[in-house]
Design a protein around this ligand. Structure first.
Ligand SMILES: CC(C)(COP(=O)(O)OP(=O)(O)OC[C@H]1O[C@@H](n2cnc3c(N)ncnc32)[C@H](O)[C@@H]1OP(=O)(O)O)[C@@H](O)C(=O)NCCC(=O)NCCS
Length: 229
């Protein structure tokens, strides 16, 4: 690779055999995310749901030129094409396993149990309820005349810290946007933390537009970004 030239980035769908590596990468690079606290088993199952869901995608990036013979994941992204349908699927097909991992982690780590109870349990329970009701609601939606906007949600993207600045994050986001475009979506959305832990300008560099601040029910502030497709 000559000076200043970016290496070739290979993007492909996350495979089942790479789940352990993907969850390890998420754990290392997205430490501040609450979900990360549920541990590698939970994360691997969470990512598995994105691989298997008909309403979502999971992509990984490799830079063989830099890694040489070493088989490693340099970046990972998960996102939805239909957020309601994806989480309804996730709750139905992976919900029990994710619950078991959550309970086991909470038993091992009472601080996590307390934080979950205090800041998120009601929100998560509402989310599960909404997901269980999703099928009923979508039947009603189908019978109405209006075509709703189709919006996907970029859940997570992360690049290994020793591979940052090579264009991996950008390549992953662009590959996801292309898949979403091909699937006929109108728009993508994401939230990121508004401080230095977030990556707002990374997205505005790629033509995402700032859509204002949101406060979650647990009181955290997030910045919303949108990309028209
Ligand atoms: C955000 C992240 C995915 C970027 O990955 P990356 O592979 O280093 O990004 P790229 O090399 O593709 O960078 C693309 C451009 O964005 C810029 N950029 C990268 N990270 C940035 C950040 N955190 N803030 C602002 N700009 C950023 C780069 O300088 C580059 O600009 P250029 O095209 O002018 O050279 C990476 O920093 C990361 O994994 N962070 C931790 C996890 C995270 O915050 N994820 C996002 C929220 S879910």
């Amino acid at each position: 690779m000559r000076g200043g030239e970016k290496p070739k980035i290979e993007i492909h769908p996350l495979a089942h055999g790479e789940l352990k590596d993907a969850s390890a990468l998420h754990e290392r690079e997205l430490r501040h995310e609450f979900l990360t606290r549920f541990g590698p088993g939970f994360l691997a199952r969470y990512y598995k749901a994105f691989i298997e869901s008909p309403y979502a995608t999971a992509l990984v990036a490799r830079v063989p030129e830099v890694s040489g013979g070493e088989r490693r994941l340099d970046g990972v992204l998960i996102g939805t094409f239909d957020t309601g349908a994806h989480y309804a699927y996730l709750v139905r097909d992976h919900g029990w396993t994710l619950t078991v991992y959550t309970v086991l982690q909470c038993l091992r780590r009472p601080k996590l149990a307390w934080d979950l109870l205090r800041t998120r349990l009601v929100r998560y329970a509402r989310g599960v309820y909404r997901s269980l009701r999703y099928a009923v609601k979508s039947e009603k939606r189908e019978s109405s005349q209006k075509t709703p906007e189709r919006v996907g949600f970029l859940a997570y993207v992360a690049t290994a810290s020793d591979r940052r600045g090579l264009g991996i994050g950008k390549a992953l986001v662009e590959a996801y946007a292309e898949q979403a475009r091909m699937a006929g979506l109108d728009r993508l959305e994401l939230v990121t933390l508004p401080d230095e832990r977030g990556a707002g300008s990374f997205y505005t560099n790629m033509n995402w537009t700032y859509g204002g601040e949101r406060v979650s029910r647990s009181g955290e502030r997030y910045s919303l970004y949108r990309l028209s497709l």
